[in-house]
Ligand binder design. Structure first.
Ligand code: MN
Length: 258
């Protein structure tokens, strides 16, 4: 059986993680290492300035997992370097409550955990559903995670690459299909609110407004808008190759350092 690590950024007690566990246990031995509290939007941060603590905890499905005070990326490192007890074949992060599309990716703890798996050279994917309701039905996303997991255990991903999966929140019979996509454009307009507290001091609150999606064909945001499951290959190499040549023409390298 394959050895599979499950982590997330919604915390070890989130029902999306349990749904993923119950689905993936049919294709592998599961290790769970996840944050002990919600860590959404923690990005690809790691913990260097304090000790990482690990507790063995009972999960909602009766199995055991590890809860840590670290970030999603820390969880992947802890699993690989110690807790998994052997080599991992697959890292799966999710199932996240809420989509991870377009420019969300670098903010996302869910996607960052899969990025960390890719840093270690392990085939990894992140999976999210596009809704935030309290009582989400993760069955479609869970089934797709198992289907994709089986494929990825056969076709290992190349080094430094991961997959980012977004599942629209529709019933299975309303699903518009599955599309291989590229990362699209989603940003947040007017996302900063400036307010005054009871003491008369100004404070700010980020993230109020709904995202603005650019619905280009072939992108993650468009696929999900069309009720399709989106699967995007993501490269850890963020180099803008198309600018390499142009930048050399801007005399940047002619800096008179002496
Ligand atoms: Mn989350």
């Amino acid at each position: 059986m394959a050895n599979i690590l499950i982590t997330n950024d919604d915390g070890v007690y989130s029902d999306g993680l349990i749904a993923l566990y119950n689905s993936l246990r049919k294709i592998g031995n599961i290790t769970v290492v996840a944050p002990d509290r919600p860590r959404s939007a923690s990005g690809h941060s790691i913990t260097l300035h304090k000790p990482l603590r690990v507790d063995k905890v009972r999960l909602a499905n009766g199995e055991y997992g590890y809860a840590t005070n670290g970030t999603p990326s820390d969880c992947v490192s802890l699993a690989i370097l110690d807790l998994a007890g052997g080599p991992l074949d697959l890292v799966v992060s999710g199932i996240n409550r809420g989509p991870n599309l377009g420019y969300d990716l670098t903010y996302s703890g869910t996607v960052s955990a899969a990025m960390e798996g890719a840093v270690y050279g392990i085939t990894s994917f992140a999976i999210s559903v596009t809704a935030y309701d309290d009582d989400l039905d993760f069955s479609l996303a869970g089934r797709f995670a198992r289907y994709l997991g089986e494929i990825l255990l056969q076709h290992k991903l190349p080094r430094s690459v991961l997959l980012n999966v977004n599942v629209p929140y529709v019933s299975a019979d309303r699903l518009g299909g599955i599309e291989i996509t590229r990362q699209g454009k989603r940003h947040y307009d007017g996302r900063l609110e400036k307010r005054t507290d009871p003491m008369g001091r100004t404070y700010y609150w980020l993230g109020g407004d709904l995202p603005v999606d650019v619905l280009e064909e072939g992108t993650d945001v468009k696929a999900v808008a069309d009720d399709k499951i989106s699967v995007t290959p993501i490269h850890l190499d963020l180099t803008a190759d198309f600018l390499l040549e142009q930048l050399t023409e801007w005399d940047i390298t002619d800096f008179p350092s002496k």
